[in-house]
Structures are given as structure tokens and as C-alpha cells.
Design a protein around this ligand. Structure first.
Ligand SMILES: Nc1ncnc2c1ncn2[C@@H]1O[C@H](COP(=O)(O)OP(=O)(O)O)[C@@H](O)[C@H]1O
Ligand SMILES: [Mg+2]
Length: 391
């Protein structure tokens, strides 16, 4: 498994050491002190063991508190240090690969033999609400890579960053192969192109059923409820920033793109045309994908795309597409508008995190230690979706 060196392991390592130290103490007392001195009184014997076990539990508790305190409370969680821990261990590539970027989920390297290519490695990290949490879903990165590959392969009306059959450098580690994409290096647009077939998530949160408007003032219809299906999928862009994405309306998106094009020197591109193109393409991909998903017993509730430009200003679809990280997948069986759908994505993790933050308001927005059962449930969904589409 990848990324062995994580905070939990660090804690486990410390605790194990404390445990060994404690066992040594007990052994020392039992075998050397007690036995040597020939104390045969069973009561004393048991009493001493209990006393030391209690002492040990107390020590253990204090150690856990200390470690937790220093890792999770005192120090503001430093994503970059956690990520570099992770890289140090399993993701490290030979020195000639220049590391460019640690995202919430992916590590990006410059291709060592071609300056126009990137190497993107999908890790097993779990993020919700723009926060990376403590815990890894084994093989999640592989599932993400394979699911994306499947969908990229279905798109024939637009250029994508994916290279169908890339040749890997000979010194590229074999164990990372299935979680790695070699892609065209592009200039990512500063927006997320979100398409919704159903009312859920942040759109539902900001929806006013009286006025029929979203928080971004766009009218979508009055009296809708959770999971209401739109007659035609709607386009609800957001910003793309490290501080957390904000929903914006179509006109705001056009302004963002206008400023971006100006700043990056793409004088030949018209922001209005680019915005229309992005909206049209995004809805088109969503509708095709949702149709295919429906045939496989799954609804795609909503999804997010990213786009990038090459140096000539040509538009490409980039990043990952139609994965359980970027989309909501629901089981068709038992799906009823107005009710909570049975999700096959990371909703279970989002729900856990939201509940935890609700109960611990002082920890709101900070990384959460994900319990095993939640990781397992989430992990099962990535596997289910992978097996559905990537054969
Ligand atoms: N072809 C590409 N060229 C340049 N950047 C890309 C390309 N594809 C994806 N990216 C960027 O690489 C990053 C992928 O890592 P990820 O962990 O998903 O980051 P994030 O935390 O932004 O979601 C994203 O910021 C995405 O915009
Ligand atoms: Mg991402």
C-alpha cells in the first residue's frame, strides 16, 4: 500500500514504542525482581501487575493526549508538511523528476524527458470541503486514475489532456503505474465547471424554494426539493482556489475568465465565447455520461470539470473526470426525489466530517481523523464505481 508514512502511523509507531517500553518494565519486574526474590504470594503478584497496567494505561492516555495535542490542536495543520511526509515515503520518484505541486489528492511532477508533459500521481488521500483528512483509502488513487481514463476515452468531440498510450520513462517505479497519468501540461482555467442534473449539495443549501433561486441569484424553478431532477442539466460554476471554492454565477465566471485571459496574454480568445463553449461542452459530457451511468443502474447527481489552455489558446479537458471525488453517484434502485439517495461516492465521508464539525465547532474546517468504518464504506464506493465502468 502506498503512503505508509502518515500521521496515524506516526502515532502508532510512538504508541508501539511506549508499549514495548512498558512490557519491558513488566518483564523486568516479573522475571528479575519478583521471581528472583522468590515472592510467591499471588496477591502481591496480581496487585503489582494491575498497578503497573493501570500506570501504563495512564501513561498511554497521556501520550495519546500529547501526540494528539501537538499534531491536531496546537499546530495548525500543515498540509504541505503532511504531504511531503507522504512523498518522502512511497511517492518519491528518482531525483531527476522535479516535483511541481501537491494538490489535495495528486502529486504532480515534471516529465523528465519532455517539458510539455506532466506526471500526475493520484494518492489515496481523502479530502472533503477542501480539507485533507487523516486516513487513506487503500487503492483509491488507482480507482480514480482508472475511472478517469475510462471516461476520457469516451470523449471524442474535444481534446483532453490525456495521452492514450503513454510511454513511461524506464526508471518510473512500476508500483505507481496504475495510479499515474502522463498528461499534456496546460494552463488551467481558474474556474470549476459544475453541472447538476439534480438539486443537491451546495446548490440545495443555497436554494430558496419561495423565489426558486440559487444563492448565486439564478432562477431554477420554485418549490423544488432535495434531489429534484432538472428538465435539463444546469451549469453552476465555482471559483477554483486553495482557500475554498465559491459558487459563482455565469456572468461572474465570464469576468473571471476575462481577467485570466488578460493576465495570461491570451489576446486571441474572447471570454464570452470561451464561457459559452465551456458551458455547452460540460453539459454535453454530463448528459452523455449520465445516460451511460443510468444504463448501469447509477445516476450521476452532479459533477465537476476543469479545463486548460495550451500556449496557442486551444481548449482541453483536464484533471480527473466523473470520479467519486468529482461527482455524485447514486443508486437508481430505490431513488426517490425528496429523499436522501443511496450514494456511491464520498458522501459518507462528507456526512461524517460535517457531523464531527457540528459536534466540535472549535475544530470546524480542520482535518478530521476518519474512523475505519467510514474509510471502509467510502472505499467500497470507489471500488464499486471503478468496477462498473473500468472493465
Ligand atoms: N493537464 C494539466 N495541466 C496542468 N495542470 C493540471 C492538469 N490537469 C490537472 N491539473 C491541475 O493539477 C491539480 C491536480 O491535483 P489535485 O490533487 O486534484 O489538486 P486540487 O487540490 O487542486 O484538487 C489540480 O490543481 C489541477 O487543476
Ligand atoms: Mg482535484
Amino acid at each position: 500500500m502506498i503512503l505508509e508514512l502518515r500521521k496515524e502511523d506516526y502515532m502508532g509507531y510512538k504508541l508501539k514504542n511506549i508499549m514495548y517500553a512498558w512490557l519491558e518494565v513488566v518483564e523486568y519486574i516479573l522475571h528479575i525482581d519478583l521471581i528472583k526474590k522468590n515472592i510467591s504470594n499471588i496477591d502481591i503478584y496480581i496487585y503489582i501487575i494491575i498497578f503497573y497496567i493501570m500506570k501504563k494505561i495512564e501513561n498511554l492516555e497521556n501520550s495519546i493526549k500529547d501526540i494528539k495535542k501537538s499534531n491536531f490542536e496546537n499546530n495548525k495543520f500543515d498540509l504541505s508538511s503532511c504531504l511531503s511526509d507522504c512523498i518522502t515515503d512511497s511517492l518519491k520518484l528518482p531525483d531527476r523528476y522535479t516535483h511541481l505541486h501537491s494538490g489535495k489528492v495528486r502529486e504532480t511532477y515534471q516529465h523528465p524527458d519532455d517539458k510539455n508533459l506532466l506526471i500526475m500521481i493520484a494518492t489515496d488521500r481523502i479530502s472533503t470541503h477542501d480539507v485533507v483528512h487523516y486516513g487513506l483509502i487503500p487503492s483509491k488513487g488507482e480507482a480514480l486514475t482508472q475511472i478517469s481514463r475510462f471516461w476520457f476515452g469516451t470523449i471524442d468531440f474535444l481534446d483532453t489532456h490525456m495521452i492514450a498510450d503513454p510511454e513511461r520513462p524506464s526508471d518510473f517505479p512500476d508500483k505507481l503505474k496504475n495510479r499515474t497519468e502522463i498528461v499534456k501540461k496546460l494552463n488551467p482555467l481558474p474556474i470549476e465547471a459544475i453541472v447538476r442534473g439534480y438539486l443537491y449539495g451546495s446548490a440545495l443549501k443555497g436554494y430558496d424554494s419561495q423565489t426558486g433561486k440559487l444563492s448565486t441569484s439564478e432562477f431554477i424553478g420554485k418549490g423544488l426539493q432535495k434531489c429534484s431532477k432538472f428538465n435539463k442539466a444546469i451549469f453552476t460554476p465555482s471559483t477554483k482556489s486553495d482557500e475554498g471554492d465559491i459558487n459563482i454565477n455565469y456572468d461572474n465566471m465570464e469576468d473571471y475568465l476575462y481577467n485570466f485571459l488578460l493576465k495570461e496574454g491570451f489576446d486571441n480568445i474572447d471570454a464570452t465565447e470561451l464561457s459559452e463553449q465551456i458551458k455547452k461542452i460540460s453539459i454535453n459530457i454530463y448528459e452523455k455520461a449520465n445516460k451511460l451511468a443510468n444504463e448501469n443502474g447509477v445516476v450521476i447527481g452532479d459533477t465537476k470539470f476543469e479545463f486548460g489552455l495550451d500556449s496557442k489558446g486551444k481548449l482541453y479537458l483536464i484533471d480527473e473526470i466523473l470520479t467519486p471525488d468529482s461527482s455524485r453517484f447514486w443508486k437508481i434502485e430505490g431513488f426517490v426525489q425528496g429523499q436522501e439517495p443511496e450514494s456511491l461516492d464520498k458522501q459518507v465521508i462528507r456526512d461524517y466530517v460535517m457531523e464531527f464539525w457540528k459536534k466540535n465547532p472549535d475544530k470546524k474546517g480542520k482535518p478530521v481523523v476518519l474512523p475505519d468504518n467510514i474509510i471502509e464504506k467510502g472505499g467500497q464506493n470507489y471500488k464499486t464505481i471503478k468496477e462498473l465502468f473500468y472493465k
